[in-house]
Design a protein around this ligand. Structure first.
Ligand SMILES: [Zn+2]
Length: 468
């Protein structure tokens, strides 16, 4: 009797185990999906680890992790074998939107040849019900009936490209998923026009935003950009997705779709990890030169991109203008860990030449760059070197070249003098590597790059003519 009961229990346990083990197969069977084979999965796991910029552990808190157990395979419209692996999802409050994200690995003969992260956004379009169609066609210019966007990222969750579809047809408009502070002035840097200088400042239009019951909420939204024929941004619309109040943990991993894709741990927000550059500048003359600094193709822009956009690390660069800096201080930078804050003197810089303003922005960016390279001593304290001495010995030539790329008619001597601005107390400046004449020349050129040059001298440089 007792033996029978035990046997019964064993059978029950075994059955449960079997059912448990087979649950996924049952689900895939019902959904008519073919599970990824163990060989395909192994190959994808290895490929991902080999291509993660900083490995799995360093970015432990913010890395997007595949849910390998829920993978399936499909054939793309181009005939490629794709291994689809779900990623943890976030709650979407805006009922007009649906979002899912996946790892998509292309496999050939079970070997992974490439991998991406793909986010599918439906606008009044149910992504969940159209998954396989969307995933098979996400690289096409037509996706039947689709209203929404496809965002493609590399395996490190850095943006690669995006496409927006209206009634199944790919459109010209550009879109991205952004995370921003709600009370940000949200000045957005417009691209300089390729044909005639710089573009006007654009302030985003908010769409579908609820009343947010806290200050400083982090808001996830869909940014849609419209450009004019010069390549300037005409309009930015931010459509609300979700928000988090300070101190509140990120919204629970409530899946917007399949029951399998929930996650107990914090996973990065939609829109890609990686770095962000926030510009919050209200003075238009300063704003133009910040734009200029972010757009002019030179060594300093390369340094910025390397550190902020392509480093694979979550870094933030905040650039703003303020009115509380001392009159003698044109800009200030503080940075630690992975956040750099640059403030620019809103009272003084607008009276300076465009070249001088840009030199100041570059000077602060170089401070920020050095801050990112800080190392710690054995007690964990940051070792803070003298930035200005480093700038004087290592970056004057870089900055001279950068200024000349940004302002092609600026002479080498003038650019060189501006590059020395702010470095007058360094060892090198006061050494015999510079002559007295050179020192005097540097100081004179810097003071003449002003709307009000010293008496008896004329102004040098070009000036921003907005007055407000
Ligand atoms: Zn400095």
């Amino acid at each position: 009797m007792k033996k029978n009961a035990l046997l019964g229990l064993t059978v029950l346990v075994s059955l449960c185990l079997m059912l448990f083990a087979c649950r996924k197969d049952i689900r895939n069977y019902i959904e008519n999906k073919t599970e990824g084979s163990s060989v395909q999965l192994e190959s994808a796991k290895i490929w991902r680890l080999q291509n993660l910029a900083y490995g799995e552990n360093l970015k432990n808190t913010s890395i997007l992790k595949p849910i390998w157990s829920d993978s399936w395979t499909i054939r793309s419209s181009k005939g490629h074998q794709l291994l689809i692996v779900p990623a943890p999802e976030h709650y979407v409050r805006n009922k007009d939107l649906s979002i899912r994200r996946f790892f998509v690995f292309r496999t050939e003969h079970d070997e992974t040849v490439s991998g991406q992260i793909v986010e599918l956004l439906g606008r009044k379009f149910n992504v969940e019900e159209n998954l396989d169609n969307l995933l098979a066609n996400y690289e096409e210019t037509k996706i039947t009936n689709f209203n929404g966007s496809v965002y493609v990222y590399d395996i490190n969750y850095q943006k690669v490209r995006s496409a927006t579809y209206l009634k199944g047809q790919k459109t010209e408009s550009f879109s991205s998923i952004v995370s921003a502070r709600a009370d940000n002035k949200s000045f957005s840097v417009a691209r300089p026009s390729s044909t005639n200088g710089l573009c006007a400042t654009v302030y985003p239009i908010k769409n579908g935003w609820p009343l947010i019951p806290c200050d400083n909420a982090q808001v996830i939204s869909i940014a849609d950009y419209t450009y004019d024929s010069y390549g300037c941004i005409l309009r930015i619309t931010l459509t609300y997705v979700n928000h988090t109040c300070p101190g509140q943990s990120t919204s629970p991993g409530t899946s917007s779709g399949s029951a399998s894709s929930s996650s107990g741990t914090t996973s990065p927000e939609y829109g890609g990890g990686g770095s962000t550059i926030n510009v919050d500048v209200s003075n238009i003359c300063i704003a133009y030169q910040v734009t200029h600094a972010l757009e002019a193709n030179n060594a300093i822009k390369d340094m910025l991109e390397q550190e902020f956009l392509f480093s694979g690390l979550d870094r933030t660069l905040n650039i703003s203008d303020v009115n509380n800096l001392a009159d003698t201080v044109m800009g200030n930078t503080n940075g630690y860990n992975n956040t750099i804050n640059i403030t620019l003197n809103e009272n003084k810089l607008p009276g300076r030449s465009n070249e001088y303003i840009l030199a100041t922005v570059y000077h602060e960016i170089l401070h920020g760059y050095m801050d990112l390279k800080l190392t710690k001593d054995s007690q964990g304290r940051f070792i803070v070197p003298n930035d200005h001495n480093t700038m004087a010995t290592s970056y004057v030539a870089t900055m001279t070249g950068a200024l000349q790329t940004a302002f092609p008619s600026l002479s080498t001597n003038e650019a060189w003098a501006l590059a020395w601005g702010g470095l007058e107390n360094t060892t090198l400046f006061n050494s015999n590597l510079l002559t007295d004449t050179q020192r005097a020349d540097i100081k004179a050129i810097n003071s003449r790059h002003s709307k009000t040059p010293p008496s008896g001298t004329t102004a040098m440089g070009t000036f921003c003519n907005y007055n407000f």
